[in-house]
Design a binder for this molecule. Structure first.
Ligand code: NAI
Length: 417
């Protein structure tokens, strides 16, 4: 079996961590047990481009239990947990091509290596795998369909669809309620704070904390920063989102104003140059800037490098840049997803639902691909609802049922009183 990972000897450490995450993934576990019996993915090669984390390892196990041939590469050069990669190779015999800290060249080489397995289903996070497939001339084998995990990936795929270039159907897992309402909000909220804390060990209380983008991730980050006592400022470009942030009790202002005030900045927009060259000289001495959006384009890192008088690595995940005005700006995790670069990504409890969606959508593609067109599809509503019900039940929560009288009332238009 071929693979390219840091060190196979890390496998035992990875095993313990993967088992730890599994304890908090009861919905995925149920799917795995059913997959073991029914083998819905028999004779199907599934290529995954995901953050190589303990939760991903549990998804790989589930897909393999369903009969799939699974192969994995990283969806970010800094997010790979090398012990997890070793675990997957040694204990699950899954070919993995991912090394933490790999350069861009190796990152794309690994994506290409995964494609050599001629996958019938692709499971992507950020659409680098699908985009690589689409940049090749023709697809030499039949791809039944794919799934996409994150907002940025869905945006790229919708652009392919709009330009009539999409070569096979994709299910936008990100857009399932059981994904973005929990993973993007609570997962990114908590793990982004975790990443910033691990990288800096700063007290959040009393600080001005700027959140760029009040989408699902931004809401989570703002909520958790406020919970730790920060004075939260939100920047936005969408009036509706800005209004919501204002009514949620945050200060809302343009980035040029926020740049003057912020102690800590997090960009979570999926957009480019949100924290731009013009903002750096405005910042206070010692300002901390980070990104939790999918790609490392949200902060103008190259401009910062060029305009800095000097720079040095002051902590493992902190690069200090001294500007011409003598002030220091601290960049966390090279401007890459800080929750994965400096922490461990989302907790297993939310990935349980995201990856339950992934597993059920892979099964759906295998079953129904012939009826699907080259479009970006939503997760079927029945799957989304089933996952919510399973998660509630796993959490030991029961809820009320509509009475026949209530059902009738809610379906009627005649009586208002
Ligand atoms: P979203 O679409 O719900 O929110 C993005 C928000 O940013 C929107 O409200 C948009 O108006 C705003 N925005 C865009 N340009 C802006 C600008 N120049 N200044 C201020 N605001 C701006 O997207 P979501 O789900 O919150 O995702 C955001 C990013 O985070 C994406 O790249 C996504 O892939 C990524 N993501 C990262 C995760 C992580 O583990 N760190 C987990 C899930 C998503």
């Amino acid at each position: 079996m071929k693979y390219d990972i840091r060190d196979l000897k890390l496998a035992q450490k990875g095993k313990l961590r993967v088992e730890w995450a599994a304890q908090d993934m009861p919905v995925l576990e149920q799917i795995k047990q059913r997959f073991k019996k029914e083998k819905p993915l028999r004779k199907t090669t599934v290529a995954c481009c995901l953050h190589v984390t303990t939760e991903t390892a549990n998804l790989m196990d589930t897909l393999k239990s369903g009969g799939a041939e699974v192969v994995l590469c990283a969806s970010n050069p800094l997010s790979t947990q090398d012990d997890v990669a070793a675990f997957l190779v040694k204990f699950l015999s899954i070919p993995v091509y991912a090394i933490n800290g790999e350069d861009n060249k190796s990152y794309y080489r690994h994506i290409k290596q995964v494609l050599e397995y001629k996958p019938q289903i692709t499971v992507d996070d950020g659409a680098d795998l699908v985009s690589t497939i689409h940049q090749r001339k023709g697809v030499s084998h039949e791809i039944l369909g794919g799934t996409e995990e994150t907002t940025t990936g869905v945006i790229r795929l919708r652009s392919l669809e709009k330009n009539r270039l999409l070569k096979y159907p994709i299910i936008a897992v990100n857009d399932a309620h059981t994904k973005y309402l929990f993973d993007n909000r609570y997962g990114t909220g908590q793990s982004t704070m975790d990443g910033i804390l691990r990288a800096t060990n700063r007290l959040i209380a009393g600080s001005y904390f700027v959140v760029c983008g009040y989408g699902w991730c931004g809401r989570g980050v703002a909520m958790r920063a406020r919970g730790l006592g920060a004075k939260v400022i939100v920047t936005e470009v969408e009036p509706m989102r800005a209004l919501e942030a204002a009514m949620d009790g945050y200060q809302v202002m343009p980035m040029k104003q926020a740049a003057l005030l912020g102690d800590i900045f997090v960009s979570v927009t999926g957009d480019i140059n949100v924290i731009a060259a013009e903002h750096f000289p405005m910042m206070k001495d010692g300002a901390i800037i980070s990104n939790s959006g999918h790609f490392n384009v949200e902060i103008a890192v190259e401009a910062l490098k060029k305009m800095a008088r000097k720079s040095r690595q002051v902590r493992e995940f902190v690069q200090e840049f001294t500007l011409k005005n003598g002030r220091r700006v601290n960049l966390l995790g090279e401007g890459r997803l800080i929750n994965l670069a400096a922490a461990e990504g989302h907790p297993a409890q939310v990935m349980d639902m995201s990856f339950a969606n992934q597993a059920l959508c892979a099964e759906h593609i295998k079953k129904y691909s012939k009826k699907m067109e080259n479009r970006v599809y939503s997760v079927p509503e029945n799957l989304d609802k089933r996952i919510a019900a399973l998660k509630l039940s796993a959490m030991g929560i029961t809820i009320d049922k509509l009475t026949p009288e209530q059902k009738k009332y809610l379906a009627s238009w005649e009586s208002g009183t």
